[in-house]
Design a protein around this ligand. Structure first.
Ligand SMILES: Cc1ncc(COP(=O)(O)O)c(C=O)c1O
Length: 465
């Protein structure tokens, strides 16, 4: 076996010379023997380097004539040595994405961002083991397309998990894995027959985006402290309700049992009616009795249940799941132009093993304690100021809201936030008609070591001494 380092170096060097134009297309390339003598390196090393150049199409061979340089204009060149790609994001203004610059700012700014988890507690070692297992156990089948609904093993694990943790009863056949809640809701709008929606006001922004894009009619219905204002349903004749009952986004309100029952009764009154239950952060409920999923209260196949691994595992995982009522499964099966499954098989296998081993449950139990402690820390620090600040939505999840009741205007609050190097999200980004001065605060991603400094900056910003 030749020295791997040496032949790869030689290959890189020759490739670079071709890319930089030291050879023109169809120029004769040095013979292997000549190059071996010239560089005093073994014939096998040259052989391996040439083979790579041949495989990637940089050179071609003609019988009995030797090697020639290809027309590289036609190659999809990935020039790993190109200087701009070796620069750090700081150096490459033109190439740095918004996300990179946001992350950089985050390092300096104190931020109550939404959609962040505490990555420090993620069991990376175990996850790495399941990654290795996935590639070792199933090497070739991992490369093939699989069932559009997703990996059977994962769907089985999700069915177990949902039954044990949320009281959701379903067969793995009813489960579809997708890359995001948004993608799955989009799929649901294809499955349902001419849906017209009721959505929460305010609501999770992607919903409106999907409905607008697909020109699906919807009515926005006010969210009260007890959940969506069901009375308003009587004024219209729409047939699908999208709700976030466990922890309404963005208000954080929890739908009470009475309203849950009424909502199910509404759906059961007509064959065409359905509820989409988005249970996105229900794993994290900290106070009071666990409230069962709507799906678990329904006996007539009226609830389309959706949840995600973005909070329970990590947001870049891009994996969510849908439980279709049995009566909609055949509509999914007969959909034309069905997308292939959008989540890589190896990731599905890793998550399935993680769940099967009990690690997922242990991880959730640990994270529930972590997030509860963080929330308690912040709320305790704000309690002395309850005449100035009203806290809402702090029973569950990784965000809550603060309404400022001391006369400070939104502009004043934002100006003070800037002075304190603090990033807080005004609630009117979700509710343009809002009269109150209100903010939505995510706390999941703030490390324990920085909670105090974040909370103090928040108090300094919103409290009038
Ligand atoms: C209401 C709601 N649903 C779903 C999600 C997660 O979506 P995804 O699965 O696309 O990450 C979020 C994230 O904050 C959310 O607020």
């Amino acid at each position: 076996m030749p020295n791997k380092h040496l032949y790869l170096n030689l290959y890189e060097n020759l490739k670079q010379q071709i890319i930089e134009g030291q050879y023109q297309s169809d120029d004769k390339f040095p013979s292997k023997r000549a190059l071996s003598q010239h560089l005093s390196i073994s014939h096998t090393t040259i052989e391996h380097a040439y083979q790579l150049l041949l495989d990637e199409g940089y050179i071609y061979s003609k019988p009995r004539s030797g090697y020639f340089v290809s027309d590289i204009e036609t190659l999809p060149i990935i020039n790993r040595n190109a200087t701009h790609l070796n620069e750090s994001p700081n150096q490459t203004n033109a190439y740095s994405s918004n996300e990179v610059s946001n992350n950089e700012n985050n390092n300096e700014t104190l931020a109550f961002n939404l959609s962040e988890i505490d990555a420090e507690y993620f069991p990376m070692k175990q996850f790495r083991k399941y990654a290795r297992d996935a590639f070792e156990d199933d090497q070739l089948s991992l490369l093939q397309r699989t069932n559009p609904k997703g990996e059977w093993q994962l769907r089985q694990e999700i069915a177990h998990y949902l039954f044990n943790s949320r009281g959701v009863t379903c067969h793995p056949e009813q489960i579809i894995i997708g890359s995001s809640t948004e993608q799955l809701i989009n799929l649901v709008t294809d499955i349902l027959n001419k849906p017209q929606f009721y959505i929460e006001n305010p609501s999770y922004p992607p919903i409106k985006k999907i409905l607008d894009k697909k020109q699906i009619k919807y009515k926005q219905i006010t969210v009260e402290k007890t959940g969506i204002a069901l009375e308003a349903f009587k004024k219209f004749n729409h047939n699908v309700a999208y709700v976030t009952p466990s922890h309404q986004f963005p208000t954080g309100y929890v739908m009470n049992l009475k309203k849950r029952t009424q909502l199910i009764q509404w759906a059961q009154q007509s064959e065409q009616r359905y509820i989409i239950e988005d249970d996105y952060d229900s794993e994290f409920r900290y106070f009071g009795k666990p409230i069962p999923a709507l799906q678990s209260l329904d006996t007539k196949d009226k609830v389309i249940y959706i949840s995600t691994f973005s909070k329970s595992l990590y947001p870049s995982c891009r994996m969510a799941y849908l439980v279709l009522p049995k009566n909609l499964c055949s509509r999914y099966d007969t959909l034309s132009n069905k997308e292939s499954n959008t989540v890589p098989t190896h990731l599905q296998k890793m998550v399935a093993s993680f769940m099967e081993s009990g690690s997922f449950e242990r991880h959730l139990n640990k994270m529930r304690k972590v997030y509860k402690a963080k929330l308690k820390f912040i709320i305790d620090a704000l309690t002395p100021y309850q005449e100035q600040l009203e806290v809402n939505g702090a029973f569950a999840g990784m965000h809550f809201t603060l309404t400022v009741r001391n006369g400070l205007t939104l502009e004043e609050c934002l100006k003070r936030a800037k002075q304190n190097n603090l990033k807080i999200i005004p609630f009117n980004e979700y509710d343009q008609n809002l009269q109150d001065v209100k903010f939505i605060l995510g706390f999941g991603g703030i490390p324990f070591s920085k909670l105090e400094i974040h909370t103090q900056a928040l108090i300094k910003t919103l409290i009038k001494k």
